[in-house]
Design a protein around this ligand. Structure first.
Ligand code: ARG
Length: 464
């Protein structure tokens, strides 16, 4: 960024003294909002096109503007554009370069428009695109989870509640739980985009404009569903930014929970999975270490995304209508959230296929902690014992197992019969891990054939 030839500010007319140098740098946003250039230019082209169709600009003025803006876009993309801090932001930088390139027609572009409706439009256009990219990245991760679930539908791991052994689970079923969480994230983002997709242009500074503009035309040119109803609301609303940040926070909370499980599962003490070397790092002092850095970092990043949500809520909570300079602070949290969410989703989708399941270790772990105790209680219920009594019977059998250091399936029939005379030789079928899994045979249950059906339904949902 250079200011060797400090250009005159478009608003300098009523000022007698120049801006303090520090204030100028302090209040400028071009350092970060230049990222919006392509959307700023897209909005300006639509605005100029509408002005010409309404007879507010001549066709030749519009042509000069559109051509000039496209040239500027090319220069920015080629790194051949000088950004100036004294021109404050991306909007005034582009407009001033346009006037420099095409002369007086450039000065007419801002007719019937203000930076207030301009910036509100730019940020919506940008975020709308980013949300679609994030939804695609979620889809990619979901597909990786479906493939993993299919591969490991018959793999058994202990399911936990309170991080204590609860019941045996299909590893595929666990992957499908993550899939469902992400499906809600994808829906939430689509919903956010639906509400975001309303056009502020035409609100001008806050009250609308005296020119005979056609806001429906501009909205259509920019792919908005309609012009915003109220000019005051149009320039001051940042609900969409908050909604996006809330959806991004929930998504990152999900990724953080997945990360936490991967971290625990890959520890030597659990040993359920091994993460690929390419997603781990070593220690500079402990030669044995292979650290799950990627999931740890994603778990850590969730914090800043939650922080951005709070920053935006706080940014808005005391602002009187309509636009206030406070709103310039909306961009950096949004940019940071978008970048980190996209990065986290990408690395997660790359990592999931490379998760190596250590099936024997998971099986051994499922044999500890009496994971089939509920199955034994259900067995007794089928023999006519009320559930509460069955619960008590199995509780005593478990206490015996704890004292003996043996699982229910490792007890002799006579030993089990000491707790209930209803227990017969067929009990051992239901005490196997496979039997326990297969018995939960209903929609949403962990039976492997139900998991496979859930995967098929999910694939259909994604395809439609
Ligand atoms: N850089 C400003 C922002 O990001 C653009 C709008 C400025 N409008 C104004 N009236 N000062 O919000």
């Amino acid at each position: 960024m250079s200011d060797s030839h400090a250009p005159t500010k478009p608003w300098s007319g009523r000022f007698n003294e120049p801006t303090d140098a520090f204030v100028e740098a302090f209040t400028a946003s071009v350092g970060f909002d230049r990222r919006l250039y392509q959307y700023d230019i897209q909005g300006s082209i639509a605005h100029a096109t509408m002005l010409a169709r309404q007879g507010i600009l001549s066709d030749s003025e519009r042509d000069a503007i559109v051509h000039g803006l496209k040239q500027i876009r090319k220069r920015i993309e080629q790194g051949d554009f000088t950004w100036s801090v004294s021109l404050e932001d991306v909007h005034m930088n582009v407009e001033s370069a346009l006037t420099e390139a095409i002369g007086d027609a450039g000065k007419k572009l801002h007719t019937g428009r203000s930076r207030n409706d301009q910036v509100a439009t730019d940020i919506r256009l940008w975020l709308r695109d980013e949300i679609e990219q994030i939804r695609d990245a979620i889809l990619r991760l979901q597909t990786a989870l479906l493939d993993k679930a299919e591969l490991e539908a018959d793999t058994i791991l202990p399911g936990f509640t309170h991080l204590q052994t609860a019941q045996p689970l299909s590893f595929g079923h666990h992957m499908m739980a993550w899939f469902e969480m992400l499906e809600r994230d994808r829906e939430r983002l689509a919903d956010c985009n639906r509400r975001l997709n309303v056009m502020p242009l035409g609100a001008a500074a806050l009250a609308g404009t005296t020119y005979p503009i056609d806001r429906h035309m501009t909205a259509e040119l920019l792919g908005f569903s309609r012009p915003a109803e109220n000019s005051l609301d149009a320039v001051s609303d940042r609900d969409f930014a908050i909604e996006f940040s809330a959806a991004a926070s929930i998504l990152m909370m999900h990724l953080s929970r997945f990360s936490e499980e991967l971290i625990i599962w890959s520890s030597a003490q659990f040993g359920f999975i091994e993460l690929s070397d390419s997603f781990c790092t070593g220690s500079s002092i402990m030669p044995q270490k292979k650290n799950p850095d990627v999931p740890e970092l994603i778990r850590g990043k969730s914090g800043r995304i939650f922080g951005h949500l709070i920053a935006l809520l706080t940014l808005m909570k005391s602002q009187p209508l309509a636009y206030n300079k406070d709103n310039q602070e909306d961009k950096e949290p949004l940019f940071d959230s978008v970048d980190n969410v996209k990065g986290s989703l990408k690395v997660f989708a790359d990592m999931v296929p490379a998760i190596n399941c250590r099936k024997e270790a998971m099986r051994q772990a499922t044999m500890q902690g009496f994971a089939t105790a509920t199955d034994l209680a259900d067995y007794l219920v089928r023999k006519g014992i009320p559930f509460r009594d069955a619960h008590e019977v199995v509780g005593r059998a478990v206490a015996f197992g704890v004292a003996e250091g043996r699982d229910l399936s490792q007890m002799k029939l006579q030993e089990l019969q000491r707790f209930s005379s209803e227990i017969e030789a067929d009990v051992f079928d239901i005490l196997t891990l496979e039997g326990s899994l297969a018995a939960r045979d209903h929609i949403g249950g962990t039976a492997p054939n139900q998991v496979r059906r859930a995967i098929a339904r999910a694939r259909e949902r994604l395809a439609s």
